[in-house]
Design a protein around this ligand. Sequence first.
Ligand SMILES: O=C(O)C1=C[C@@H](OP(=O)(O)O)[C@@H](O)[C@H](O)C1
Ligand SMILES: C=C(OP(=O)(O)O)C(=O)O
Length: 400
Amino acid sequence: MPASKSESNRALILRALAGGGQLDNLSDANDTQLMQRLLADPAAEVLDAEDAGTVMRFLTAYLAVTDRHALLTGTARMRERPIGVLVEALRQLGADIAYEEAEGYPPLRLRGWNQAEGQQTKADESEPIELKVRGDISSQYISALLMVGPMLPNGLRLWLTGKVGSRPYIRMTMALMQHFGGQCRDLGTALEARAGRYQPADYTIESDWSAASYWYAMVALAPAGSHLTLPGLRRYSWQGDQAIVDIMAQLGVATEFLADGVRLMQTTPSAGFTQDFTDCPDLAQTVAVVAAALNVPVLMTGLESLRIKETDRIFALQTELANFGAFLTEETEGYFRVSTEQFRVDGQTVATYHDHRMAMAFAPLALRGPLTIETPQVVRKSYPQFWSELEKAAFVTDFR
Ligand SMILES: O=C(O)C1=C[C@@H](OP(=O)(O)O)[C@@H](O)[C@H](O)C1
Ligand SMILES: C=C(OP(=O)(O)O)C(=O)O
């Protein structure tokens, strides 16, 4: 299993702020390799975050508080992914950031840190600076702000507004901050990072639960009685995508926790269920494809953030599922029904829309028939070994 890119990229930022620490089992995901390279060059004037959301958002905050002057850019898609909430918050704290192209989107021109200006927004000198931040677009803005919070003279208090999505990722951020000696608290409606120095710390990154979801999908679609063991996954995880354990229990995969990892066993799927993806948006594609293939009518909610990820994932799912005889239909606002007319896998080609999760979510369908996945190298974003691991599991692949 690959290591969690979310844990890896937080640990890299925190280690840089702490000034040391040994990180074991860092992810080989391009998102993590990229973060490492960009952090390793303190003189770079142009930093390309490519298609990595965490790299773009976490580096914006990191470069701002470390008073860097640089251009932070990304792929064409990254330039369509909003960042205004984060930039606005950092400006209020004292960052000088300008938009190079469209207002509210990368690329960003970072022009240093004006502490004095940030200080003026604060009424009482001993109190943390308080900001209101929308939580309904991306939790990555909140994680980015929290991680740099301890570097501010009096720390930071964030009041979250709107329906907060991806909350487990915020909790993961706070847990890792604490691991590096940062003081932070969840006050219910507000989150607080106290001023102070991070301490160097060692950390071993857990395997990636989002990546595990594709193996769950394979067990769900494999011949009756199939089972599989995945190493490096922990029962007590900071990754919200561990939710795949309970979701897949309803799609016919039971999980047994072992000393080091999990054992998956095929069982009988349920007759249908409703699932909210607000806390685990990256699982939506895996679940939609398995539900469609098994003809289990699943009602999916909490999909709002899918429209602004690597691609518009709702559109991509709707388009590609239709080629297999299945549908993702918005029944009432925000409620999407997976339904199947007659599911067949007989040589279709799946477009991947520059999205690693489109490739990996549809690949398990090869257990039901031959198919072609376009641009298979997209998996490098989070799981570069995906295809070679499939081959080890006796899938036959033919790269053209
Ligand atoms: O903080 C993180 O590591 C992530 C947060 C989530 O994004 P949003 O907060 O934008 O939903 C998730 O989709 C992404 O893959 C990784
Ligand atoms: C949404 C994802 O990543 P990011 O937002 O970090 O680009 C993802 O990996 O599915």
